[in-house]
Unconditional design. Sequence first.
Length: 264
Amino acid sequence: MSLLASLAGYLVLGTLAGTMAGLYGVGGGLIIVPALTLAFGWQGVAPEVTMHLAVGTSLATIVVTGASSAWGHYRRGSIRNDWFLALLPGLMLGAVAGVFVAGSLSGGRLGTLFGLFVLLVALKMALGRGPKPGSVAPGRAAMGLAGAVIGGVSALFGIGGGTLSVPWLSRCGATMTQAVGTSSACGLPIALFGAASFVVVGWGNPLLPAGAIGFVMLPALLGIVLASVPFARLGVLLAHRLSARTLRLSFAVLLTAVGLKFLL
């Protein structure tokens, strides 16, 4: 497949990922990772590195899209800077650790873990259980530990961390606006340190295809970023035309199908 054809395919993927991220209100990682895994398989990328390449590339896209989201929330004052700074050391260390754990796993085992994680997210969405509100924030040590867990799991699976950080921040007493805003800020260091670590871990791997720098595929990064941001607005418009219950259940069905594909 030519580089131009590959880039066109990634633009289509970015269109799909952006639209669905806006439609379902989630970060693109849960959509981008399985889509990239499928696309890399079509291109004949070695299965030993396909999953790692998909996760690393997903994190790299979140660096760009997450920065835009975090800046928007910062301008609206919806980021709790004190909580973000308390979480930050753990987020950075956890992200790096998560990448090295991913690097120690085979592509098949990493895919299996990703499938299980997606099924858990699908179950949570199907049950409609939102985060439980709290009133008292834990100390800095607990925040640091929580940051490490959020950063590690998020980097391991190529997501921005909102699936974990929003419930945690809500338990700490944040309003939903603060939880979402602070979560968007948390996604940036996770993606930045995670993507950089995937470049280092994958550097020089002889199985990598042309256009890859470590476990980050540059043509895919470019195509997804160019298309996903504007099409996320289309997804938001579509979301306002559907009921919340329809959105939640349809996304749960989609995630269930994705999770089962990685397990079977």
